[in-house]
Design a protein around this ligand. Structure first.
Ligand code: DAK
Length: 260
């Protein structure tokens, strides 16, 4: 795969996808969104890829948002298309089946935070800033941020962030559960790779079922969600990886998962 705005490295089943527009703080223009969709679609259907790390090029930004220069020129119809395409990209990431880790190495603003929130797990560099500043541009988050942010941090904190537009620092994001770990900037990518390697050692099938169950269950009433959990548990228990996991434990050896 050849890209203008992305760098892709795949090694030992772990893909590192770097958004590479550092001069524009990795802002998401139309071309970058399309390249992300193409790359993730491809990586998601490659059985050799067990986990994907998403990060930003340079030292300042993960992604500083949608490309404001491009947004400013959009007609109403183009804005509508843009919104639909961006939302479908976030859905694609969330439904990829392969776990994605956002390694937030600096500003994650607007569409950048929305991209990170569509990932399975978020970790950040100390010094990173996360926010939904769209209000300052006279719009609201449009790539799922009004819905994913309250699900991650609660309605009060989400409203505070979305209505003030003020970013929070990495430590506050950790405290609020928006990220699950914070590391010195120079360690972030290594830590993301380590986490990806840990996930790559599990059953891809069971990882997928677990992530789906948490995510879809969150949209259901509790009694419906636990019934769904029971049927998803049945699904995981019907796999060969279930047999392998149980037998490996009893035989005191490391499980060799196959992904089915
Ligand atoms: N888009 C385009 N260029 C950007 C950018 C962005 N989001 N953010 C930064 N840049 C560019 C700057 O213009 C500057 O370019 P040059 O002037 O050098 O050509 C370069 O990156 C370096 O930025 P700064 O000079 O501003 O760097 P500072 O360190 O001084 O400040 C900053 C860093 C992150 C605080 C600042 O750049 C900033 O406030 N950036 C904008 C952040 C922002 O507001 N992000 C949210 C964007 S709105 C939609 C769906 C979704 C969305 C929109 C529509 N539909 C429904 C249609 C999403 C919207 C957003 O994400």
């Amino acid at each position: 795969m050849e890209f203008q705005n992305l760098l892709l490295e795949v090694d030992g089943g772990i893909a590192v996808l770097t958004i590479n527009r550092p001069k524009a703080l990795n802002a998401l223009n139309r071309e970058t969104l399309a390249e992300l969709a193409e790359a993730l679609d491809e990586l998601g259907s490659d059985d050799e890829v067990k986990a994907i790390v998403l990060t930003g090029a340079g030292e300042k930004a993960f992604v500083a948002g949608a490309d404001i220069k491009e947004l400013a020129e959009n007609s109403a119809l183009e804005s509508n298309d843009h919104s639909k395409f961006g939302q479908s990209l976030m859905d694609l990431i969330e439904d990829l089946g392969v776990p994605t880790i956002a390694a937030i190495n600096g500003f994650a603003l607007g569409g950048g935070l929305e991209l990170a929130m569509a990932c399975t797990i978020r970790i950040a560099a100390s010094g990173a800033k996360l926010g939904q500043p769209e209000i300052n541009l006279g719009v609201i988050p449009g790539f799922g941020g009004t819905q994913r942010l309250p699900r991650l941090v609660g309605m009060g904190r989400a409203l505070h962030m979305i209505l003030t537009g003020d970013p929070i620092d990495a430590e506050t994001a950790l405290d609020w559960g928006l990220v699950t770990a914070v590391y010195p900037a120079e360690e972030l990518l290594d830590q993301a790779r380590k986490l990806a390697a840990k996930l790559a050692g599990k059953s891809p099938f069971t990882l997928r079922v677990a992530a789906e169950t948490v995510r879809h269950g969150m949209e259901m009433a509790f009694t419906e969600a636990v019934a769904y959990e029971a049927s998803q548990f049945g699904l995981s228990a019907a796999s060969q990886d279930y047999q392998e996991g149980m037998h490996a434990f009893l035989e005191k050896r490391k499980a060799e998962f196959k992904g089915f």
